[in-house]
Design a protein around this ligand. Structure first.
Ligand code: SAH
Length: 231
């Protein structure tokens, strides 16, 4: 089955962009996933093809019109029914690896990219759209957020990554950050690779990795650590 991505954007030329190279690019060629872009502007019916208007209540910037967004979403939904529709917005629920896993296991995603000040809020009343944030930062548009989300999904698709096991031990998969990695040379600028990793004792190595994983999560991500201990 091909994972079908449809991106609703004012800048379709940004796609596939970085997803056209490396693992994701090869997977696209191999048809493990497909990509379609819809130009939001094509769904504006006015003479001037307006997609945005000034914010109600005043203030800086422009707001994407609900009627235009709805027409674009409706068209996308007829092309690809039964697919989750995600809108990229810093007001959304922060994306997690477990949500990415669910999405990657499904038929695909439709991703709505904002620009300017964002969307007319009523689009979230009028259409079933999941609001997603890629972190507590503000981007100039939803496109880099969409690329990021798609990249995270694509690498999980069957046959995309070399060694399947490298997916399951990684950061967040067990609710912890991954342990740190080292490679040759054994000593670099006076820093040695931890002795245990060179011991060949697999049980000891596994124990060391688990311990570092826990220590680092506790120190760096108290939020993850609290959840890990609780669950
Ligand atoms: N005025 C908005 C920010 C708009 S940024 C606010 O303060 O909440 C313009 C567009 O960039 C948004 O509509 C959204 O699509 C995208 N964007 C910005 N930051 C994002 C984030 N952290 N996650 C997902 N999308 C983001």
């Amino acid at each position: 089955m091909t994972f079908a991505a449809t991106v609703l954007t004012l800048y379709p030329e940004m796609f596939p962009g970085p997803l056209g190279v490396s693992l994701a690019g090869r997977a696209l060629e191999e048809q493990r996933w497909s990509l379609k872009t819809l130009q939001i502007r094509d769904f504006s019916t006015g003479k001037h093809r307006t997609v945005d208007e000034t914010p109600a209540g005043g203030g800086a910037g422009m707001v994407l019109k609900a009627d235009v967004l709805a027409a674009c979403i409706d068209h996308a939904t007829t092309l690809q029914p039964h697919c989750p529709v995600l809108a990229m917005t810093p007001r959304g629920k922060p994306i997690t690896q477990s949500r990415v896993r669910e999405l990657a296991a499904g038929p695909g995603v439709m991703i709505l990219c904002g620009r300017f000040e964002g969307f007319d809020e009523r689009i979230f009343l009028g259409r079933q759209v999941e609001e997603v944030s890629v972190g507590d930062i503000v981007l100039s548009g939803g496109e880099p957020a969409a690329l990021m989300l798609l990249d995270a999904c694509i690498r999980l698709l069957p046959g995309v990554m070399g060694a399947p096991s490298s997916g399951t031990e990684e950061s967040f998969e067990q609710g912890l950050l991954e342990y740190p990695h080292y490679t040759r040379p054994a000593e670099w600028e006076g820093y040695a690779i931890p002795e245990v990793l060179r011991s060949g004792d697999h049980a000891k190595i596994a124990a060391w990795r688990k311990q570092r994983s826990e220590e680092d999560t506790r120190a760096r991500r108290p939020d993850l650590w609290e959840r890990y201990k609780r669950d």
